[in-house]
Design a binder for this molecule. Sequence first.
Ligand code: ADP
Ligand code: ADP
Ligand code: ZN
Length: 217
Amino acid sequence: MAKDIILLGPPGAGKGTQAHLLEANHAMVQLSTGDMLRAAVKSGSDLGKKVQAVMDAGELVSDDLVSALIDDRLNQIGPDAGAIFDGYPRTEPQAHSLDELLEARGRKLDHVIELEVDEDALVDRITGRFTCAVCGEGYHDRYKLPKVENTCDECGSHEFKRRPDDNEETVRKRMAEYRAKTAPILPIYEKRGIVSRIDGMGGIEEVRAAIEKVLAD
Ligand code: ADP
Ligand code: ADP
Ligand code: ZN
């Protein structure tokens, strides 16, 4: 069975970027609660409207909601595919829910990979972030521009978008939430001996190589 891993790290650390690279090179599937919530917002439902207000404020949506999203998504991936949890769990109750959801399916976490990045670099990464509006591929104004100007490397689209919550003020709030509620879940996994810390300050390729090394263990 492929490995199930958590990519843990503050907003802008490079979790989504690395999750996409892992998907391209392994039988692994990214489960991003941020992406699932943005899809709910886009649907325009009442729930989506409530979620949008919370996301715009840089606060966390309810534990029950995100765990229900993960529960549903786990039903769609087979036993041979590994899960890459990106942006989940973010609180202690979510960490416990994840254990239960995995156990119920005979799965277990193999690695928790923490990406460490300085706060100033995070703001720089997030305020320069944009994505392809069609396929979701991630880019950056300085660190990862499309190879052909204004054309997505992956799907050739010319449409790109920026997230409304990727502004400095909201980013600072998201970082504070990370420090207060998410960083404290690390000891749960440290006790199990499955945490690997990776220097996320290097380039995308360097970080990718470091993650591959952890997976090869
Ligand atoms: P980033 O990749 O920048 O860390 P995400 O896309 O993971 O951001 O999350 C964007 C927003 O979605 C968060 O600020 C929060 O409001 C909400 N969110 C995403 N995942 C969770 C989660 N596991 N628990 C609670 N809120 C979440
Ligand atoms: P997260 O999912 O953790 O919020 P992303 O993967 O979306 O982070 O990365 C945030 C921004 O930083 C994106 O614009 C991405 O292209 C860029 N980025 C990701 N990894 C690196 C890196 N190692 N060095 C420089 N920029 C990076
Ligand atoms: Zn694209």
